[in-house]
Design a protein around this ligand. Sequence first.
Ligand code: GLN
Length: 192
Amino acid sequence: MLALQGGVAEHAAMLRGLGAEPVLVRTPEHLAGLDALVLPGGESSTMDRLLRLFGLREPLRAAVLGGLPTLGTCAGLILLAAAIEDPAPGQRGLEVLDVTVARNAFGPQAASEETVLAWGEERAPVRAAFIRAPVVTRTGPGVAVLARHRGQVVAVASGSVLGISFHPELTGETAVHERLLALAAGRRAAAA
Ligand code: GLN
């Protein structure tokens, strides 16, 4: 888990509950030997600044582009995106997921809400909390849409990268993290 800022503890608890051992990533050295990566929610422009301050932008980019199964939630999705419609001054994410995102896209009224979405190929119900959430406004080739909310794309997958606008870790929803851990298990099996 990237642990510079944001909702780290909730993701760590969720992963522990699913039998994984969370590792807090604060330096490039912490990336060694990971099976998967979570970029939590928080404030994307702050995380973006801290990434560069801690020398993590390039090593993280390389890890994700190298196939490390990765989940970005909310601000984490913004960090993954190739382009941000309305970046904070100087904000530039990892540019590893071929989507464009718009920040705080549901406006102040619908800024925070809890709902049930149809998720993934099976359109299974997932409980989702939105907090000043971004939406995906463009998906590149090879990017699959996993869920929509109010007609807008709020979850995508591309190769081993998952990007979602909402917070499953706040509703106790395990489906998203289970998908990440399944990607990690698949990668480990392929390497064995
Ligand atoms: N609006 C925040 C941002 O731009 C994201 C909010 C969140 O992660 N809950 O980073």
